[in-house]
Write a protein that binds this ligand. Sequence first.
Ligand code: PLP
Length: 358
Amino acid sequence: MKSQIKKIENYIPEEPIESVKKRLGLDKLVRLSANENPFGTSPKVKEAILNWNFGEENRYPDGYANDLRNKIADFIGVVPEKLVFGVGLDEIITMISRIFLEAGDEVILSKPTFSEYALHAQIEGAKVIEVPCLPENGHYDFEGFLKQITDKTKVIWICNPNNPTGTYEDVDTLKTFFDSVPDNILILLDEAYIHYVTKTKNASFLSELENYKNVMLLRTFSKAYGLANYRVGYAVMDEKLANYMQAVRLPYNLNSLAQVAAIAALSDQDFVNNSVEKTQIERDNWENFFKENKIKYYVSQANFIFFNYPDANKLADELLKNGYQIRRGLLKNWLRVTIGSEKDGDNLRSIILKNKEI
Ligand SMILES: *Cc1c(COP(=O)(O)O)cnc(C)c1O
């Protein structure tokens, strides 16, 4: 066994909603802890699944996901050979770590950020170097990143907008940073929440990717497309890098229903736009609430918001008793709430206010 495995703490996945309800004796539980799309999924997904060619269960799926590949390539304007698919971005993150990291290599990432990056680096025996976000506004400390680069640095993870801070770094800021990073270091740019950026029209780094051969861009169907259950993620990169990824990828990773569902979800951009619109309105409600009540938070361009609360655990318990699950444990005394419906938001905010007055 790899000796580093013994030191790793298991990732604890979200407990199923029914099981939390039973455990706590709740009639109703609204899960706002996993950044899933609270507005559901496009109805086109169900339609496509029901129209699937049943009777082919005994056949392996299309291992190259040709139809989905061509449609995404067309939609985002790249050649299909630049895409690599994974069973969610989780699998892409696993593949990247497996391919590019060896024991003793160094990985630089922000603190706090998505925990999977560090987990898979540790599994490969790499050393994880954390650069704290800027405490005043939660943004990336890019100067701090540059100071940590050594001969051993192999991989840099950038999550934009960042989970859990919600902060968004614009394309020019990223370009300036990427220009200062040596070409032999792989930069992973995770755009899981890019659809929720509303402050600018061209939020994605995609249009610049051609000029940065050492940058890989990561996207998922789990968030704005509301397809978390089907596990579809993809990465966009230089064809040469894509070939390495294809060599390691399990040959039939996406099953046919996942491919069919993702194609249907992609075809319904109205659903995505509508989810983003509702999220933006509710996000404004949250920001106004935090400002009015002098609760420290970071300005979010994602479908969640990160805020500081003196006794965060107690508040999270109180919310849970009232049927709302939000995310704790990411940074001491900070909580992350997924932005849901306005009605649930109003309920949550009044519980927080009551709790604050006690
Ligand atoms: C949710 C999330 C993912 C997506 O994971 P999937 O495996 O595609 O569901 C990737 N990166 C970040 C930062 C996330 O928050």
